[in-house]
Design a protein around this ligand. Structure first.
Ligand code: 4NP
Length: 158
């Protein structure tokens, strides 16, 4: 069965669209693209319709990752449309928990940090919006780590 994964951050213009684009590259590399649906959304809707932050797109592009997502706000029906809803930090996690309509939906919510294998010092994906270039590079390093774990989970579930 297809695995459907939604990444969620605050604005949906930096971390979660980068996670979406990164996982897409990894599943394509592994020949699993037809087995996965990947999307992203934000808990805050203020950037809806916008392309991702140019700083995030530039940093991703330098690693061969194209980002074409348009921001949107997460909504209750996303808990029906996706199997896993992956929060970038604890604030996103708590906002998702409040939005989830029932216990079954709550059980679909994960923290991205659960998939980190090589970054024991990080318990969340830090918001790079007010950071310099290094903030965006760190986000991509963390996302690469977690996406390698996620692709193994996907392989085992399909
Ligand atoms: P993101 O970063 O949650 O990774 O997309 C942010 C983008 C925009 C804002 C905050 C964080 N903002 O406050 O507008």
């Amino acid at each position: 069965m297809k695995q459907r994964i939604l990444f969620v951050c605050l604005g949906n213009i930096c971390r979660s669209p980068a996670a979406e684009a990164m996982l897409r590259v990894v599943v394509e590399r592994e020949g699993l693209a037809d087995s996965v649906v990947i999307d992203s959304a934000g808990t805050y809707g203020g950037h809806s319709g916008e392309l991702s932050d140019p700083r995030m797109r530039r940093a991703a592009s330098a690693r061969g990752i194209a980002m074409t997502h348009r921001a949107r706000q997460v909504r209750e029906e996303d808990f029906e449309r996706f199997d896993m809803v992956v929060a970038m930090d604890d604030n996103n996690y708590e906002a998702l928990f409040r939005l989830a309509p029932d216990r079954e939906a709550q059980q679909k919510i994960f923290r991205f940090r659960e998939f980190l294998r090589h970054h024991p010092d990080w318990s969340y994906i830090p918001d790079p919006y007010y950071e310099g270039h290094e903030g965006f590079e760190l986000v991509l390093d963390l996302l690469e780590d977690g996406c390698e774990t996620l692709v193994e989970l996907i392989r085992n579930k399909i």
